[in-house]
Design a protein around this ligand. Sequence first.
Ligand code: AHM
Ligand code: MG
Length: 336
Amino acid sequence: MKRKSLTQFLIEQQRSECALPADVRLLIEVVARACKAIGHHVGKGALSGVLGSLTTENVQGEVQKKLDVISNEILLEANEWGGNLSAMASEEMDTIHPIPNPYPRGGYLLLFDPLDGSSNIDVNVSIGTIFSVLRMPADADGREATEADFLQPGRQQVAAGYALYGPQTMLVLTVGTGVYGFTLDREMGSWLLTHERMQIPADTAEFAINTSNTRHWAPPVRRYVDECLAGKTGPRGKDFNMRWVASMVTDIHRIMTRGGIFMYPWDAREPGKPGKLRLLYEANPMSFLVEQAGGAATNGQQRILDVQPQGLHERVSVLLGSKNEVELVTAYHAEG
Ligand code: AHM
Ligand code: MG
């Protein structure tokens, strides 16, 4: 069976009604190439000495893994010279990375979590890369990007996606025309379209949450999960299954494939923080993908894509996946 390559898919998007700008097409291709390189390192593991931790911490106070830093470097180097970007931002960097001289600057901003699910790196469990593309403000007129330029609500994303380094290496992408999944043909080195128009069923009987935090949850989350756990004889009238990989990319990919709800809600461990996951390079790209696949994504109060960011590394409470379940747990938040 002859499959469509990522390049062909993107050129068709460029020629279609959505008229994907050529520079967005090119920068997605560069990100995809960088993910291929990251996947190569992930696949080598102990053979190339990339496992284990460094002594450094990132801006969030998390000890960096060697692969966090390697993946960040790969994405920066790959995307610096293409001429499509004005600046980049990452989970692993305190502040933004403007495109350095002598490279030309473009009209877009790229954000990424270079290696998500870091706690799974050393135990050979699936991990991923998450990315988001924003436009530079229209009045920027060639000036250098600032952090404020990145603080755009997620609904303004031009493209978003993730790479999943699992039994197969996959790239799951949206440019606002649905969600498409590409599988890396490792022999040929090309991304081939294998999952056309991915759709999340509105109903599900599977939830994903770190239940070791149960005692810290807010009442609406506790109520929702308790009702799922009550099974057939409870208010939901059906048995639920639970899955938690602790790699957001992998948990979301399962939901993209067969439905489910993923929650990393606010909890009382750090009452001052709105959640664990970061808005700009984790929650926003995933919410864009999930909505494009027919699902929903809220922070309990509002649609995540409508949250006005205040800071580059801002955190957010995340409830996303099958539409009816997300709406139910969101309604519980409104009831208090
Ligand atoms: P990371 O970006 O440092 O890898 O952290 C984000 C990860 C998500 O992939 C995952 O959903 C969550 O943290 C797991 O958290 P926990 O360790 O509480 O299970
Ligand atoms: Mg992450």
